[in-house]
Structure formats: C-alpha cells, structure tokens
Design a protein around this ligand. Structure first.
Ligand SMILES: C[S@@+](CC[C@H](N)C(=O)[O-])C[C@H]1O[C@@H](n2cnc3c(N)ncnc32)[C@H](O)[C@@H]1O
Length: 224
C-alpha cells in the first residue's frame, strides 16, 4: 500500500510548503513526523550511498528532527555526527530524539544556515543533505560553503527528488527551486567539486492528498 502524506494535517499547499522549508512550532513538529514516513527511503538510502567509513566525522545539513541519525551511526565504528538546521524547532526535536547519542558525544546539533556554517575549513570527512536543495538561497555559494568545511578528498552527497517528480505536487509550486540531475551535477562542478556522479533509486509509491505518486530518490555525489 502507498505511504500516505498530509492525510491528517490537511494544510493548504502554501502552508505545508512553508513548513517543509522551515518547520516551525507545533505544526512544524507534526510536519517533521510526517517527513519521517514520506522520506524514510530517501533518507536511509542517502546514508547507504554516503557509505561512511570508520571514525568519519559527518555533517548533515537540514536533518529535520534527526529521526534516522541512529541508523547512520550504526553503519560503521566510531562515527561522529553533526546536524545543522536553520529551524529552531527541528534542532530542538532532533536533540530530544537523539539524547543518548548526544550524551555519549557521538551526535551534536546546531541551529545554523547552509549560507554560513559555524565550522573551520576542512572539518568533515563527508557531508550529506536530503531534500534541502530546493531551498538553497544561493546554490553555487552554498555548495562552495560545503566545499570549504569538507576535508580534502571528502565526499558531498546531495539527495533530492527530480524536477519532473516534484512538478506533480501542488505544494512544490510554492517556494521550491527544482532540479534535474544534470543541473545538480553542473552546480557541484561549478562550485569546484570533482568526480561527480549520480545514482537513482526507486521508492515505494507515495499517496498524497488522495493521489498516488511514483517517486524516486536522486543521489548526486562530488569529491573535494
Ligand atoms: C524538507 S525538510 C527535509 C528534512 C529531512 N532531511 C528529510 O529529508 O526528511 C528540509 C529541512 O532543511 C532545513 N533547511 C532548509 N533550508 C535550510 C538552510 N538554508 N540551512 C539549514 N537548514 C535548512 C529545514 O529547516 C528542514 O528541516
């Protein structure tokens, strides 16, 4: 059966789009929980494509409520994770959901924007970001900011749904910048990434406002 999205909240598309971009308050928390269902496959697949290596320090941009961080940290020994999101509500939720990981110093969460990351140059072995690209305010500059905080040879993974997929959704008419994989490859290349490649992974059907959609996750990687 198709996964359902927005069958309970019944928010108008503009309002839903606003909370997908920056979840806020009680409604934002509900949207965060809905995203854990509708984005489960793309989120878990993004971590598989990232293939973390023992002792890596990983940065995630826009982790939402960080529900899947535990799955990432189980993928190799002694990983450390930093999650950055510009939604105070999501940082609060992620900190609650991942209290044990924070207490044992394997996970950290910070409120910040991709535009100006509060980290030194060459801080992370890899960076992952899922379903945030649509909202990057200055895509080339933002990709360069990711490049800055990556270590030499570090990997960036950007996971998203394609323009043709997003065009099926009414909500994506409100403030979403949409991309096909060749646009994202060009963007990463212009920002200075090397060895760029893309994988596509089909997902189960998603039911949204009574309609069933065929969706797939797109995973574009680049190396510093
Ligand atoms: C659509 S949600 C995706 C959440 C999760 N990654 C997923 O795929 O389910 C987008 C998340 O990115 C965050 N975000 C959007 N723009 C951002 C920016 N400029 N800097 C940091 N976080 C941002 C939002 O606050 C939100 O939590």
């Amino acid at each position: 059966m198709a996964e359902k999205f927005n069958s309970d909240t019944k928010l108008a598309p503009e309002e839903l789009a606003k909370h997908l971009r920056q979840p806020d308050g009680e409604t934002g928390k509900q949207i965060g929980l809905l995203m854990n269902k509708s984005n489960k496959h793309i989120c878990l697949n993004s971590y598989k494509v990232l293939t973390p290596q023992k002792e890596d320090h990983i940065l995630e941009i826009g982790m939402g409520n960080g529900f899947f961080v535990k799955d990432l940290l189980n993928m190799a020994d002694n990983l450390t994770y930093t999650g950055v999101d510009f939604s105070a509500t999501m940082v609060q939720e992620a900190s609650l959901f991942n209290k044990k990981l924070i207490d044992n110093k394997s996970a950290f969460f910070k409120e910040a924007s991709i535009e100006n990351l509060p980290f030194d140059d060459h801080s992370f072995d890899s960076i992952t970001t899922t379903n945030t690209l649509y909202f990057w305010p200055q895509p080339i500059n933002n990709a360069k900011e990711l490049l800055r905080v990556l270590k030499p040879n570090g990997k960036l993974l950007v996971a998203y749904r394609s323009k043709s997929c997003m065009d099926q959704l009414e909500l994506a008419k409100h403030g979403f910048q949409k991309y096909e994989s060749h646009d994202v490859e060009g963007l990463l290349s212009n920002a200075g990434f090397k060895n760029i490649s893309t994988q596509i992974i089909k997902e189960p059907e998603l039911e949204f406002d009574g309609k069933v959609f065929q969706i797939e996750g797109i995973f574009t990687t680049g190396i510093k």
